[in-house]
Write a protein that binds this ligand. Structure first.
Ligand code: ADP
Length: 454
């Protein structure tokens, strides 16, 4: 096992990884930007190293500074968390070449999964079903690209092969605007991801987003069941749960086993998530995330498995100790992403948290770096906390989440707590199994407006 791990991230996930390291008796090195110098979790770590000024490009994305921090602190391995450099193959390569262990898949795998079209091709070979669409990147010429994309049929979605985090995709309903949308998206993709390749895919009407968490060492693999992440706004997840409610048992087992088989066939190493759109009949693969995901705690709550500990163990020994038959599934869990943003306009709301009181009680877990007196910096993602509730069934998890939301006090800045409270009280949500468009349709009806009844 490693003696010392450097955590190349910030905020809640930096603290999350730090907690598991401490539990495993591993020392931690935190890196931080000048904007995070006062964050409390830095003081909980064994060492902390400043890696640059506030903008992420100069700090949390600064590969040379992070590797130098590992060198001066003599860390043995680097955990990238999620976001920032977690899916950057060049970073993983540089880490390994500098003599450290990258806690995640090998650089070639990261590179392939980062190109969604290449990932689709690879996964198709393992037998997973794909959404119909382009097999090759769209041609560079906009008119030709439009002609090629239109073969998919309307509505369709044009996606940047290197896109992520809900960015780099556009839904197109008619031929008239297609060439234009392709040109705009190509420029955006080049600017945002440094890669302008695009592909087209059939746009499914209102499917559910269902994903499978796996752990794999290249030879052996296990799954930790399903999650439902259909509650989204602008293709970004807002609330997630495990297991995906109401799935026919056979179908759920089938897709989980198919993911395990795909890991073995591709020799995947590390923790990962297969993402699917589910139309009530079939699971269509959309992408694989070759890293820890924001929503992993709901899986931890229903299995008792610490996903971060497993990542670290796989990286240290290159072996997975878990056996599928030893993994048990209990109850249900939900996670609300608490963001520092206006609940009606969704505009980020950085600033000083004056009062902070986190909820508690049986089955309630709060993963957050926030506290009273913490200043939310304006430079990064607005995720402030993940509020997780577990219950012996979905009904109990939901009741506990409602109670926890009522207890949660975050004063001084705006948060989306009221949006979550309304969502939890919604009849269709209570029923379970809504599609990916549901939340946006409710927001259009005024769900998030100030004063809407809870
Ligand atoms: P990202 O990497 O940005 O998360 P994904 O490919 O995982 O992008 O898609 C994110 C979300 O976008 C999905 O959960 C779904 O809501 C929506 N989406 C993506 N592809 C399609 C599609 N073909 N049809 C309908 N919705 C889609």
């Amino acid at each position: 096992m490693f003696e010392k791990i450097l955590i190349a991230n910030r905020g809640e996930v930096a603290l999350r990884v730090q907690r598991t390291c401490r539990e495993m008796g591993v020392q931690t090195v935190m890196v931080y930007s000048e904007a995070d110098v006062n964050a409390k979790y830095l003081r909980l770590a064994d060492e902390a190293v400043c890696i640059g000024p506030p903008p992420a490009a100069e700090s949390y994305l600064n590969i040379a500074a992070i590797v130098a921090a590992a060198e001066i602190t003599e860390a043995e391995a680097i955990h990238p968390g999620y976001g920032f450099l977690s899916e950057n193959a060049d970073f993983a390569e540089r880490v390994e070449k500098s003599g450290f262990v990258f806690i995640g898949p090998d650089p070639e795998t990261i590179r392939m999964m980062g190109d969604k079209l290449a990932a689709k091709r690879a996964m198709q070979k393992t037998g997973l079903k794909m959404i119909p669409g382009s097999e090759q990147p769209l041609p560079a010429d906009a008119a030709q690209a439009a002609e090629e994309a239109a073969k998919t049929g309307f509505p369709l979605v044009v996606k940047a092969a290197a896109g992520g985090g809900g960015r780099g995709m556009r839904v197109v309903h008619t031929d008239a605007v297609l060439a234009n949308v392709i040109s705009v998206l190509r420029r955006e993709a080049q600017a945002a991801f440094g890669d302008s390749s695009l592909y087209a895919e059939k746009y499914l009407d209102n499917p559910r987003h269902i994903e499978v968490q796996i752990l794999s060492d290249g030879k052996n693999a296990v799954h930790l069941g399903t999650r439902d992440c259909s509650l989204q706004r602008r293709h970004q997840k807002v609330l997630e749960e495990a297991p995906a409610p109401g799935l026919p048992r056979k179908r759920e087992e089938g897709i989980c086993e198919a993911c395990v088989a795909a890991c073995k066939k591709t020799g995947y190493k590390g923790a990962g998530t297969f993402e699917f759109l589910y139309d009530g009949e079939r699971f269509y693969f959309i992408e694989m995330n070759a890293r820890l995901q924001v929503e992993h705690p709901v899986t931890e709550m229903i299995t008792g498995v610490d996903v971060v500990a497993e990542q670290i163990k796989i990286a240290a020994s290159r072996r997975l100790d878990l056996k599928q038959k030893e993994i048990r599934f209990f109850g249900a869990a939900m996670e609300c992403r608490i963001n520092a943003e206006d609940p009606a306009t969704f505009v980020p709301s950085p600033g000083l948290i004056r009062q902070y009181h986190a909820p508690g009680g049986n089955g309630v877990r709060v993963d957050s770096h926030a506290y009273g007196g913490y200043e939310v910096p304006p430079y990064y993602d607005s995720l402030l906390a993940k509020l997780v509730a577990y219950g012996e069934d979905r009904k109990q998890a939901r009741a506990r989440m409602q109670s926890a939301l009522r207890e949660y006090v975050i004063d001084g800045i705006a948060t989306n707590l009221p949006l979550h409270a309304r969502l939890l009280a919604d009849a269709a949500f209570a029923q379970g199994g809504v599609g990916i468009r549901y939340l946006e349709s409710k927001i259009k009806e005024g769900f998030a407006a100030p004063g809407a009844a809870v």
